[in-house]
Each structure stands twice: as C-alpha cells, then as structure tokens.
Write a protein that binds this ligand. Structure first.
Ligand code: FAD
Ligand code: SF4
Ligand code: SF4
Ligand code: SF4
Length: 663
C-alpha cells in the first residue's frame, strides 16, 4: 500500500468561475487537507497547458490521485481522464468538483460561492482517496444496422451507411418508403418538385445490394446492447406475394372497392382496397387493406386475384416475424401533424374548404386528387384565400414550441396559390421565421408577388350560413381588428411527435424532452446520439426541422454508426453494478428495479449483471435489501467519504478509518 498523494487543480474558466469564486482561497484552503501534495489555480485547466501541468505534477511529484475543480464532468471528465491515462495513472483516480454550473453560475454572492466551492472541492478530495482503478472491457460489434422509419431521414441514413459498405435493414410501417416528403408538391425555397428529388433516392434504396427493405413492417421487440442488438420485426401480410408481383397495377385498376385515403392523400382523395399508396411507391407492390376488402369483410369478390396475370394475390398470407442481429440502430420515425379540431376557434372539420397545409399539398400536387388544380369543394377556383400561421404552435393551449417549418411552407403555399389561381391571399402571422439559406430572399419574393401580410394571429374562423368563411384576427401593426371573407382557409398546423412515441421510446429505451420529442444525448454537442449507446436519432422524431436539416441530421447519425462499425469493437464503461454473490439471497428485487433489464438470475439463483447493458444508474444498489449490489465508482464508502467532506471541518479528514490509502 502506498501513500495517498493528491493534486488539486482549480480552474478559473476565463472569468466564468473566478469572477464569482475566490479560486485562490479555495486552493489555499484545500492545500491544508492531509494527503494534498499540491493545489494550483490555472486559467483554463482543459486547455493543453492545463492538462500538461497535471501530467508534469503526476510525474515529478508522484501524485496518485487528482481532483479537478472546474465545470460539469459531462463537459470535461473524459478530457482529464485521458490526461491521467497519458501520464500513466488509471483514469478512475480522477474526481471532478463542479464549481461552475453548481456554484459560480448559481449566484453573484462571492462569499457564499467561495464557501460552497471550498466544501465541494474538499468533498472531492475526501472521496478520491477511496477510488479504485477500473479497466474498461471490450466487446465485438456486429456490423449491420437497423434504420426505423423510411422518410427522407431514414432513406438518407440507410444510404449513407450502405454506401460505407455495411448492411442495413430499413423498416417502414407504411406500404412504401418516402414519408411526408413524398406527399409534398414542391419544396421551399427553391421550389424543386419534391418527388423528383426524393424519387431517385427511393429507387436507390430499393435496389441497393446492402439494403434490405422491410416495408409494411414494425419492430416488435428489442434486446441486447450496443454492438449486439437482437431485433424482432413483424412483417405484416400484404396479401400479395412480393416475389411474384410485377407491379403491373391491374388488380388496383379492377378492384371495385373505393375508400377515402386518409394516409397518403390526407383525406383529400380516394384509393382502392388493393392499392399502392402512390405511383412512384417503393416497393412497387400493392397491399390489400383487409379492413375494407370485400373478400376479407364479406367473403366474396376475389377480382384482384382473378385478374392478376402472375397469381400474386394471396389471401392466405400471414404476418411474418424476422429476427435480426444488428450492432447499431437509427430511429427516424418522423412526426405527425397536430389536429386543429382540438381548438374550436379554427372550425376545422366544419367546412371542406378549411384545409391543413398537408391537405393543400395534395391538392396542389399534379399526382393528387384534382391533378394539381386548386379548387374549392364545389369545384370553383378560389378568389380569396387566408393562410393562418402558428395553428397549435406557440400556443399554451396546444404546443408551446415553434414548429419551425410552417412559416416557410405557408409562404410557399401563398406563392403557389397566387401562381395557380391569382386569388387574393391573406397571410396571418405572429412573426416570420425565415431562418434558412435563401429563406429571407424567398419571403421578399412572396411579398413582391402581392400577398397581403397581416401581422397577428388569425384568431377565429367562422363558417357563414352561405358556406363562405370569415377569418378574424388582430393586425398588430395597425392596432385594429381585421375581418376577411374568403373561399378557402389553410391552417399551418403544428408538428407533434407521432402518437406511438411512448411505445417507441420504451422499446428503444429512449428519453423524451418535455415537449414529447425523442431526447438527444446533449442538445448542442450530441444532437444525433441518445442516452442509450448504439442508438441514434435522425430527422423530425427529435424535433421539428425542414428537409435540409433532416438530411444533415441523418448523415450525422449514419456517421456515428459507420464510426462504430469501423472500430470493430466497443469499450464498455467499467462503472457498472457488481453483485457479491455470497450476500445475494436471490430475491430478484434488483431484476425488477433495473430500468435497463441488465440483471438476470444465474443458474445458482443469484443476481448477475450484464455489464454491456448496465448504465451504472445505481437503482439496483438502492433496491437490494441485502446490500449485495454495489455500483463501481459509486460505492457506499466513496459516497460517505464525499458527504463527510461536505460536512466536516478540514481537520477531521483523517478521523475515519483507512481513507487516503489507494486501493
Ligand atoms: P417523416 O417524413 O415523417 O418520415 C418518417 C417515416 O417513419 C414515415 O414514413 C413513417 O411512416 C415512418 N415511421 C414512423 N414510425 C415508425 C415505426 N414505429 N416503425 C416504422 N416506421 C415508422 N420541408 C422542406 O424543407 N421544404 C418544404 O417545402 C416543406 N414543406 C412542408 C409542407 C408541409 C405541409 C409539411 C407538414 C412539412 C413540410 N416540410 C418541408 C417538412 C418535411 O416534411 C420534413 O422536414 C421531413 O418530411 C422530415 O422527414 P423525416 O424522415 O424526419 O420524417
Ligand atoms: Fe399486377 Fe398481380 Fe401485382 Fe396486382 S398483384 S400489381 S395484378 S402482378
Ligand atoms: Fe408559427 Fe412560423 Fe413557428 Fe410555424 S414556424 S410555429 S408558423 S412562427
Ligand atoms: Fe441496472 Fe442501473 Fe443496476 Fe446497472 S446500475 S444493473 S443499469 S439498475
């Protein structure tokens, strides 16, 4: 056993810390604690000279424990752990004291801040002597990826991973990939035809040798951990044999059953009971909607089966289950649109001429139900149209956040309506969020096209007895109420997380942000990673964004997957739970308590932790009635020493047994 030799390094963080905390006084005070060999102050500990200072002291003064008093360990713990490792010291002999987020950013009171900083640093010094050397383990990575969701995000992520040479399973719930982008007519601000730019990517996915496309499918179950996930996918029965079908479309043409298409056509058009969602669908294979098909509901018809030249229609087909082994997962499940029926003032659902932005996209689209004609439900060209921004967004009664894309698509719609119909367009907006490349210029262009902008939320839509629509709102610029009678109202409704996000989050062990979107690991620095290693986010499932941002996000997620695969193996953090078998009575409390399903009972009936699944949260240690589980790096001894450091005066440091002796 060697003597504990502690180095303490107090960071000024420019003036982030030193403006509020007397860092010199902290260093002086802590230097009197037994075991502390040196206590220094430096302007930027995380900078190279700061790290070198620590490394030189380790070598020249024989330090064997290091305390860094600086920012949050989330920011720089790995920086300093690596510095220790480079100097030949085990990285787990480091303890950080957060005197920035927990102290200097909390108060302007210099006296109190300095006092708190002294205690936190002392607590870290008390604790560090009890810390043990830990070694990370390594596990092989299975080099295949799962992408969930085949919108533009999932398509981009799948292609990028596949192009890097790795196999991808792309799972899409709908009969075709494409997502929302496939429903759009043109895209702002360049007004490219949406399917013309998405279509080639969809085709590429369909024929890429490294991509296995599983449409009309969903993930049912997930187990395993980063590098070694096991996924069960349910492939729903299409009632059409994919191997035999040539995509000729005869079945769809002859099918006598027509139903409202609430999915692809957003309720604006109809489709058959056997259908492809749209002409460019990938795969180009129809599916039978069993809820509406006459054969499934009434036991007769079979027209599609009779006309199919290849005998592909198969009414007996059953759902299939596929078990996949993958090393990484990209979740790209997209978004839903908030239903404006939830706020009565928009009168949505009371007139067929009150549409959402997505319904207008289908009306404008050449492939849509009117062949691209913008007409009212009576078939007339509208003379006046009102577009309302922020419907459900920025509203405490619905979604408090900004949906980010609707200002721009509302401008696009104003342009398209002016171009196609010449109608007067009134655009009610709170403020215009034209933040992207070329967006402000597009806004300028639309202003010059004669659109009438009313600065103020469109407060109410009334359906008049003659069917015309009246929109009332306040013009904040003029300070008066505005009332316009129009033929058509377009509601730019909010984006929201899909209804089954709860299930998805549970399945993939993902967190949610307060507004319900899937949570990233860090909002600024790790926007496509999640708290679960090996699972990444792409596109709008993480929050509202337009297509360019979606594509960049998807590429970032793909890059993480490819990096993981290139490494070939992963380091598993050693800060996991550990069972003392002789104390374990096999009660199973920890098995129930563990939120990551990391504990099972072994053949001896004792708890056993899977270190690859364990996130080191400590829930099991708290739950175990026999004190048989410990969280490495957060042992009772370490935590008690830290608490002693917070509470005791400096002189009492050596009173407790055995501390200060490196393990
Ligand atoms: P989505 O397009 O929603 O795709 C998600 C996919 O995942 C879907 O195919 C869905 O079926 C699938 N899925 C969901 N859950 C599961 C599951 N559990 N298992 C399997 N599959 C699942 N942006 C622009 O840049 N320019 C524009 O002009 C533009 N116009 C717009 C107009 C309107 C009216 C709207 C509403 C949006 C517009 N956007 C525009 C935004 C654009 O739609 C999004 O940026 C883009 O679609 C996001 O793609 P995504 O892949 O993240 O999500
Ligand atoms: Fe053609 Fe038969 Fe396929 Fe229908 S099921 S598209 S009829 S090959
Ligand atoms: Fe409102 Fe514009 Fe934000 Fe959409 S993008 S919520 S319309 S401010
Ligand atoms: Fe599960 Fe947390 Fe215990 Fe690890 S520390 S086994 S994740 S409860």
């Amino acid at each position: 056993m060697s003597e504990t030799r502690i180095g303490v390094y107090v960071c000024e963080c420019g003036i982030n810390i030193s403006a509020t905390v007397d860092v010199q006084a902290v260093a002086e005070k802590v230097s009197t604690v037994p075991g502390v060999v040196v206590a220094r102050v430096y302007k930027y500990m995380c900078a190279k000279p700061g790290q070198q200072m620590i490394q030189e002291d380790i070598r020249s003064l024989g330090l064997n424990r290091i305390v860094v008093a600086a920012c949050s360990p989330r920011m720089h713990e790995t920086t300093f752990q690596q510095a220790l490792a480079e100097a030949g010291l085990n990285p787990y002999y480091l303890q950080m004291a957060n005197i920035r987020e927990h102290v200097s950013w909390m108060t302007d009171d210099r006296r109190l801040a300095t006092e708190k900083a002294k205690r936190l640093v002392r607590a870290a010094v008390f604790r560090v002597g009890h810390q043990a050397a830990l070694e990370p383990r390594r596990a092989a990575v299975r080099k295949a990826a799962l992408v969930v969701g085949g919108g533009v995000a999932g398509i981009q992520a799948a292609l990028s991973i596949a192009e890097a040479g790795y196999p991808v399973y792309l799972v899409e719930r709908q009969p075709s990939i494409g997502g929302r982008m496939a429903q759009l007519d043109k895209t702002f601000p360049t007004l490219d035809c949406s399917l013309c730019i998405l279509g080639p990517k969809m085709v590429e996915v369909g024929r890429h040798p490294k991509i296995t496309l599983l449409t009309y499918s969903e993930v049912e179950n997930l187990s395993g951990f980063v590098g070694n996930f096991q996924v069960r996918v349910r492939k729903r029965a299409r009632s059409v044999d994919e191997q035999k079908c040539t995509g000729c479309g005869l079945c769809q043409e002859k099918c006598p059953t027509t139903v409202l298409d609430t999915a692809y056509e957003a309720g604006m058009g109809r489709r058959k009971a056997i259908y492809r969602p749209f002409a460019q669908a990938i795969p180009n294979i129809p599916v039978i909607d069993r809820e509406h098909c006459h054969f499934f509901t009434k036991g007769r018809c079979r027209v599609c089966q009779k006309v199919c030249p290849t005998g592909a229609v198969d009414f007996e087909q059953q759902d299939q289950f596929l078990d996949l082994d993958v090393g990484a997962i990209v979740v790209a499940a997209g978004y839903s649109l908030w239903d404006p029926r939830q706020l009565a003032q928009y009168s949505y659902g009371l007139s067929p001429n009150i549409l959402t932005g997505l319904q207008l996209e289908r009306l404008i689209s050449a492939g849509g139900p009117t062949g691209g004609q913008i007409v009212t439900s009576e078939g007339r060209t509208p003379q006046r149209v009102a577009i309302l921004h922020c419907v459900g967004s920025r509203d405490v009664h619905a979604k408090p956040y900004c949906s980010r894309i609707c200002c721009m698509y509302a401008l696009k719609h104003a342009h398209q309506i002016r171009e196609k119909t010449g109608a007067e367009v009134y655009e009610f907006y709170i403020d215009m969020r034209a933040f992207g490349k070329g967006y402000e210029e597009f806004y300028e262009r639309v202003q010059q096209e004669g659109v009438i902008f009313v600065r103020g939320r469109g407060a109410e839509v009334q359906v008049q007895p003659d069917g015309r629509l009246r929109v009332q709102g306040e013009d904040a610029n003029l300070g008066r109420l505005v009332c316009v009678d129009v033929d058509m109202v377009i509601l730019a409704s909010a984006m929201e997380p899909p209804a089954d996000t709860d299930r998805l989050a549970g399945l993939f062990r993902l967190g949610r942000t307060p507004d319900g979107w899937l949570a990233e690991a860090h909002p600024k620095l790790r926007p496509s990673e999640t708290a679960t290693a090996g699972i990444f986010l792409a596109g709008c499932c993480q929050g509202p964004r337009d297509i360019p941002d979606t594509v960049s996000h998807a590429d970032a997620a793909a890059m993480h997957v490819v990096r993981l695969f290139n490494q070939g193996e992963i380091a598993i953090a050693p800060t996991v739970a550990q069972v003392e078998e002789e104390k374990c009575v096999g009660c199973g409390e920890c098995v129930l308590a563990c939120p990551y399903s990391a504990i099972s009972r072994n053949l001896r009936g004792k708890a056993e932790v899977n270190p690859a699944l364990c996130q080191g949260c400590g829930t099991c240690a708290a739950a175990c009635p026999s004190h048989a589980i410990h969280s490495l790096h957060f042992t009772d001894e370490q935590m008690v020493a830290q608490i002693d450091g917070l509470l005791e005066e400096f002189v009492s440091y050596s009173s407790s047994q055995n501390q200060g002796t490196p393990k």
